[in-house]
Design a protein around this ligand. Structure first.
Ligand SMILES: [Zn+2]
Length: 335
């Protein structure tokens, strides 16, 4: 074999494999690739620091956000509580103003009631002004004085009492101003009853006894029912008619003054008719129930009025005491 035919060995030295020697890396044009083998460890340390800083900053930011959220929630709660407190105070002030207004309304109503009652002071029919009603309203007002609206409602009830008295008084004034029946009995009752007692000639429909000349019912103790025919019988004179009218008025007083009557009636054995006769005799200063009425110079009628018993002086004193305890007494409740 010809040696020269053997391929020269140096040609293999130019193979790219040789350019990979360490000596040639320092001078080779592409030496910039060498630091790439050393750089990765430096970049991993910096990233770790950055990550740590990031985590710290993140935690700090999250903590700040959490603190902010908590603070905002707390502030909202404080604001809400203050708002509720202010609203409650405003409501309390409003209620207090309402109470003061109600108190003024109630005081004005009670004041008007007092003046109205005083206008009928001394009226012998005590039931015209039911003092218990006013006292109950006064107690009710005191009990509910701190309840909004309660005093205003009580004032309205007081106004109703006042209006009832005013209405009765107006009707009484009209009744007293005229004698519609033109009878002596109505004239007597207008005087002693100050117009608060009316007359009605309907005794047949009133439920009174068949032989009664007059009567009063508890259903309406301000009406006296009369028997016109009986009262104008020839046996009756004006004295007799006056006696009957006074006897019936005694029943009005008995019905409208229950407390005082309950005491006085004991002196008459609880007999209201006996007591009424005594009242009429006392008013007429008479001591007999027998009556003789002359119709001519030689004719007369004899009659006996009332219920057969003539009261004595002690019983007349009882009537006097009874009369002193009757009627509207301005024992009014304070506001
Ligand atoms: Zn009677």
């Amino acid at each position: 074999m010809n040696p020269e035919s053997v391929p020269p060995a140096p040609e293999r030295l130019e193979s790219p494999e040789r350019l990979e020697s360490p000596e040639e890396h320092d001078t080779a044009p592409n030496a910039g690739t060498a630091p790439m083998d050393a750089a990765p460890p430096r970049r991993r340390r910096g990233r770790g620091i950055l990550i740590a800083l990031g985590v710290v900053l993140g935690v700090a930011v999250l903590a700040a956000l959490a603190w902010l959220v908590v603070t905002v929630v707390q502030l909202q709660d404080v604001i809400r509580q203050q708002t509720e407190r202010i609203e409650q105070q405003e409501e309390e002030i409003s209620d207090l103003n309402d109470l003061l207004d109600d108190r003024d309304v109630y005081a004005a109503a009670m004041d008007e009631y007092r003046h109205t009652v005083l206008s009928v002071e001394g009226l012998p029919m005590g039931a015209i002004v039911p003092a218990d009603d006013a006292q109950q309203l006064r107690d009710q007002a005191w009990k509910n004085r701190r309840t909004p609206g309660a005093l205003a409602r009580t004032a309205a009830s007081v106004d109703e009492l006042t209006a009832a008295i005013v209405d009765l008084r107006a009707k009484a004034d009209a009744e007293r101003a005229a004698n519609a029946s033109g009878t002596l009995m109505e004239g007597v009752l207008d005087e002693v009853g100050r117009g608060f007692v009316r007359v009605s000639f309907d005794i047949a429909d009133s439920g009174c006894g068949a032989d009664a000349l007059g009567c009063v019912s508890s259903d309406d103790p301000y009406v006296v029912h009369f028997d016109r025919t009986g009262l104008f019988h020839p046996a009756m004179d004006d004295w007799s008619r006056r006696f009957i009218a006074l006897h019936e008025f005694a029943h009005v007083l008995q019905f409208t003054n229950a407390g005082a009557t309950a005491t006085a009636e004991k002196s008459f054995g609880g007999d209201w008719e006996f007591m009424a006769d005594c009242y009429a005799l006392r008013e007429l200063d008479a001591w007999s129930l027998e009556r003789r009425v002359w119709v001519s110079s030689y004719e007369y009628w004899d009659s006996e009025l009332g219920y057969g018993q003539v009261c004595d002086a002690a019983q007349r004193d009882v009537i006097g005491t009874w009369l002193g305890e009757l009627g509207v007494r301005p024992d009014l409740p304070e506001t």
